[in-house]
Design a protein around this ligand. Structure first.
Ligand SMILES: CSC[C@@H](O)[C@@H](O)C(=O)COP(=O)(O)O
Length: 347
């Protein structure tokens, strides 16, 4: 297991290498993968060894350090030209989470000022991106928990926890803080088919912190809300547009509709690095489609007849009018729209 201070963390930089806690094998095995090249980092992001929007961004930042390390060793004056292909590989690893290109752009802002060995400067920036994300999560945890009533019953979807971020988590950061404050009476987690982030990662992560969790098959959420057993749905995001439309794990949109129908509130918790002010409409967000095998098999075992096909979008888009509140590290946006999103980004 990897820790940042007292926070579980999916990745760390040690001895000039990126170490990842391999999320494909949790909760049964805790394997660490050690990566030495940017191409390996891009592949690890594609394969979901590391996943979750902020964690993907942080991993990509360290990927740039690995690219620069190798390019500078090869031909010092030409390192920036040599790493172009690596930067492209990293940028294309997964399309939906904007944190990936956000982190790459942030790393590249230093390129024009670097005159000698780029590694110390780029490594310092990657560490900063990581630490800022951790701090943002703690802040969002406080802001989000403040919005919850006493004895609150919450439902979360996918894994927007320490494992998906630089540590502590976004949606799970709010749940952690609220739990510590004694404000939660029940935490439900959707199993989150097909990759089972909820069953495998969220349930594991919460139990590591001794936070009791009740797992739901995704299709049980409607009945739970109908029985008035949920007060807030709390989720993370992969990309939020300028008017507040939210791309997040497939199934979030369905939960948002259910929540509105049953008078349940929807909270989206995401750092400003997840907000893409260049896009207005959620329909413009590129939604990753993953392999059919993720739906047709479980643990490598077929669960459907040979010949069945599957559609496997990794994310969906929830329109802003179904979102009650977006919590960022800069503050809270209620009933998000362009004006309010612009104001928070400028604050
Ligand atoms: C803080 S993580 C926010 C999102 O990235 C999370 O909710 C999510 O959808 C993760 O999807 P994944 O496909 O596991 O990378």
């Amino acid at each position: 297991m990897i820790y940042q201070g007292d926070s579980l963390c999916p990745l760390t930089w040690q001895e000039e290498r990126l170490h990842l806690l391999d999320q494909r094998w949790l909760p049964h095995q805790q394997q660490i993968v050690v990566l030495a090249t940017a191409a390996e980092v891009a592949q690890a992001i594609k394969d979901m060894v590391v996943r979750g929007a902020p964690a993907i961004g942080i991993a990509a930042a360290y990927g740039v350090v690995l690219a620069a390390q190798s390019a500078y060793a090869q031909a010092p004056p030409h390192w920036q030209t040599i790493i172009t292909a690596d930067l492209q590989k990293l940028a294309q690893a997964r399309p939906t989470a904007v944190n990936l290109v956000w982190a790459l752009q942030r790393m590249q802002t230093h390129f024009s000022t670097i005159v000698a060995d780029p590694v110390p400067i780029l490594l310092a920036e990657a560490h900063r991106i990581h630490q800022e994300d951790l701090a943002a999560n703690h802040r969002m945890g406080e802001l989000g928990a403040d919005l919850l009533p006493a004895a609150c019953r919450v439902l979360t979807h996918c894994n927007a926890g320490a494992l998906a971020t630089g540590g502590y988590g976004t949606a799970l950061g709010v749940i952690r803080t609220a739990h510590r404050a004694g404000k939660l009476s029940q935490v439900y987690a959707d199993e989150t088919r097909p990759w089972l982030q909820g069953a495998r990662l969220t349930a594991w992560e919460l139990l590591q912190d001794n936070i009791p969790v009740t797992l739901l098959a995704d299709n049980a959420a409607a009945a739970l809300m109908q029985q008035q057993r949920i007060d807030w749905v709390i989720v993370g995001a992969d990309r939020i547009t300028a008017r507040g439309d939210v791309a997040n794990k497939i199934g979030t949109y369905g939960l948002a509709i259910l929540a509105r129908q049953h008078g349940v509130k929807l909270m989206v918790v995401a750092p400003t690095s997840t907000i893409d002010m260049n896009l207005m409409e959620g329909s413009a967000i590129v939604i990753e489609e993953r392999s059919q095998a993720e739906v047709l098999t479980v643990n490598g075992q077929a669960i459907a007849p040979v010949g069945a096909q599957a559609w496997n979008p990794a994310f969906d888009v929830t329109p802003s009018h179904l979102v009650d509140v977006i919590v960022t590290e800069k503050g809270v946006v209620t009933q998000p729209n362009l004006e309010r999103m612009t104001a928070i980004m400028r604050s």
